[in-house]
Design a protein around this ligand. Structure first.
Ligand SMILES: Nc1ncnc2c1ncn2[C@@H]1O[C@H](COP(=O)(O)OP(=O)(O)OP(=O)(O)O)[C@@H](O)[C@H]1O
Ligand SMILES: [Mg+2]
Length: 358
């Protein structure tokens, strides 16, 4: 039987949008039940979302609109939050078959540029390889690739059939858009092109079987980072920061971004920590002290360790030999051993936790 009041309720609900979305809540299927009679109006909303604030705002707006427009005594709008069907990043056409033989993808990220992401990614990869793991390093910083310089590679990669063969240096398989594009060409790309490039760097490269694929992300928390973290099946991300407060605030942004796309944050790495005087050994904390650990505490995520500030790191980066390779017994090799172990431990902890849930 037609119920004009009910029709009116549906029509009004069609004017309510989920924050940030262009579609209305009816077409999203968020309206579970509508009952309208002389006694009043009852609406039940059911939403699969992590964003509880947005869901509460939708409920409040629906209620206010119905009360204002219907002129009935009683309007009740209930809200049920459901578990989202799949992680947000999986919903966006993630394709694990791009790299079927890669065990773990670990993203190296930061909220801010120039904190040493690429340096950390290169040394972490090289150290993991020294420790006996099968390691790849994908330079996904399509706007300013660093790996050609950090590994001293200026040739183009070999292509066999349809597959690009990655370079191999210090036991690490390497691929970067910098190996393919001219160094001086500025890259100004929009979202779909970024996705295509990342897809190719994953799927068209002969990575083979790897324990770890380390991904050096572009700085910041913009669209490119989001796209990449949605496209690549990332096991976990590490966030690089310096001990300074300003860099720590940015690390917080990086963390928030990964939480949004449901990539687990394995922890925080503090780079450019204390500088040890090569003559007397006294440590000077040029960018302050202990900030990484403090941030990890505040943000409630693990602190993975510190990398000391040292001009030899810059030399190593510019000369194409990561410092853990040029000084395998030095303080950096030791620091990166600790980081490699911490990353591996966090990943296996998470894997164990996942297994115990299902
Ligand atoms: N521990 C360190 N000690 C001394 N210099 C360092 C250290 N880590 C990084 N650097 C230097 O800092 C500069 C920036 O490092 P890097 O390029 O790795 O940062 P990034 O975060 O990847 O930068 P971008 O945001 O541009 O990608 C480089 O010159 C690098 O050699
Ligand atoms: Mg970089």
């Amino acid at each position: 039987m037609a119920n004009p009041l009910e029709d009116q309720v549906w029509a009004l609900l069609q004017q309510v949008r989920f924050p940030g979305m262009s579609r209305d809540i009816v077409s999203f299927g968020f309206v579970d039940r509508v009952e309208a009679s002389d006694d009043g109006v009852t609406v039940e909303l059911a939403m699969a979302t992590h964003n509880q604030d947005a869901a509460a705002a939708v409920r409040a707006e629906a209620e206010a609109r119905l009360k204002a427009e219907l002129g009935v005594e009683r309007v009740e709008v209930g809200l049920r939050l459901l578990a989202p069907p799949a992680p947000a990043h999986e919903a966006i056409s993630q394709d694990p078959s791009l790299i079927p033989e890669v065990e773990h993808v670990v993203a190296v990220a930061s909220g801010k540029g120039g904190v040493g992401k690429s340096t950390v990614a290169a040394n972490l990869a090289a150290r993991l390889a020294q420790l006996g793991y099968r390691v790849g390093l994908l330079d996904a910083d399509i706007y300013g690739p660093s790996m050609p310089m950090m590994f001293g590679i200026s040739e183009r990669p070999v292509v066999e059939g349809q597959r690009i063969i990655p370079f191999e240096r210090h036991g690490v398989k390497l691929m970067s858009l910098g190996f393919i594009l001219d160094v001086d060409t500025p890259v100004i790309w929009r979202g779909p092109m970024v996705v295509k490039a990342i897809e190719q760097l994953l799927g068209d490269v002969e990575w083979g079987a790897l324990d770890y694929l380390i991904v050096d992300l572009p700085p910041g928390t913009g669209d490119a980072q989001l796209t990449i973290s949605q496209k690549v099946p990332i096991s976990g991300a590490v966030i690089v920061t310096t001990p300074q407060d300003i860099a720590l605030i940015d690390a917080r942004k990086g963390l928030a971004m990964f939480r949004k796309v449901e990539v687990p944050v394995l922890g925080i790495i503090e780079n450019m920590a204390g500088f040890a005087c090569p003559h007397c050994g006294e440590v000077t904390h040029i960018y302050k002290q202990g900030g990484g650990e403090r941030t990890a505490g505040v943000l409630d995520c693990p602190f993975l360790g510190s990398v000391p500030l040292d001009p030899a790191v810059v030399e190593g980066g510019d000369a194409g030999t990561p410092i853990v390779v040029s000084q395998p017994d030095g303080a950096h090799a030791e620091a990166f051993t600790g980081l490699a172990e911490a990353v591996a431990a966090e990943l296996s902890k998470r894997q164990a936790r996942k297994l115990s849930i299902f």
